[in-house]
Ligand binder design. Structure first.
Ligand code: APR
Ligand code: ZN
Length: 252
């Protein structure tokens, strides 16, 4: 870790120490250390445009079994990954009463696994699913294990046998409105928005840092690569979230 990155991490930690109503906004970069690839880094998921087609509402309707195959092939750790130090840091800040919410674009459930309770999953979750016809709800982990063992190709409803779709927001799906509303609410009241591991290029999610700034909050960005918001941020720590998480856990 270079000196500049170390200094930036120290400044980011100092900003967290003086904040009292932190909202964290996480992207795929917070889970790469857990073995889940992100989308836009080199070697990221969107390099495989087959996945882009499959990870759409139309793609799922057209080939639901293909959706499951591709998802589990490209994100094999998605349902067995463990939270990282950065996930644990956010859970600790919540326990300390300093963090009011985590807004995540991720579908891996690692914030809850780390102990965070106020988690707004604006792109949904891979952990649960619903029947496309009768809307019965399901926990999905057992299905993923069966697919990996080659026992099934497609999870089907026990009640009506229709395909089950994971509760993820695919391209073409609407964002879960109530969750989005709560996320906007939290951002409007925060005094610091902490961005962890997002390229901040997908809207409307990427509108949230703007909203925070408009309501007078400070913006702190911890991300390996530059983002469009860096010039507006109070602190930018262009390093590894594992370094940030580990260091911050010793000071907060
Ligand atoms: N430490 C710090 N930064 C990291 C790390 C790490 N260990 N790993 C990755 N990053 C950074 C990358 O440099 C990148 O800028 O995290 C960012 C991840 O950006 P994306 O891959 O674009 O992921 P995200 O911002 O979550 O994408 C938003 O796009 O396609 C949709 O639905 C998808 O939710 C996703 C949304
Ligand atoms: Zn059903």
């Amino acid at each position: 870790m270079t000196n500049t990155v170390a200094q930036a991490i120290e400044q980011a930690i100092a900003a967290l120490q003086s904040a009292t109503r932190i909202v964290a906004f996480s992207g795929a970069g917070i889970s790469t250390d857990a073995g889940i690839p992100d989308f836009r880094s080199r070697g990221g998921l969107w390099e495989d445009d087959r996945l882009m087609e499959l990870m759409s509402a139309r793609g799922f309707r057209h080939d639901p079994a293909g959706f499951y195959q591709a998802s589990l092939q490209l994100m094999p750790n998605l349902h067995r990954a463990q939270p990282t130090a950065a996930h644990q840091l956010l859970a600790r800040l919540e326990t300390q009463g300093k963090l009011t919410a985590v807004i995540t674009q991720n579908i891996d459930g690692l914030h809850q696994a780390a102990g965070s309770r106020a988690v707004y999953e604006i792109h949904g979750s891979f952990r649960t699913g619903h029947c496309l016809d009768c809307r019965a709800s399901y926990q999905m982990a057992a299905f993923y294990e069966q697919i990996e063992r080659g026992e099934i190709r497609l999870p089907r409803c026990a009640r009506c046998n229709a395909p089950i779709k994971p509760d993820v927001v695919l391209f073409g799906d609407l964002l879960p409105f109530a969750v989005w509303e709560s996320a906007v609410n939290a951002v409007e009241q925060c005094d610091l928005l902490l961005v962890t591991g997002s390229s901040l290029v997908v809207y409307p999610a990427a509108e949230l840092p703007n909203l925070a700034l408009k309501h007078g909050a400070r913006l702190v960005i911890v991300n390996r690569e530059p983002t469009d918001y860096d010039r507006l941020a109070h602190v930018v720590a262009p390093g590894e979230l594992s370094d940030f998480g580990r260091l911050a856990l010793t000071k907060l």
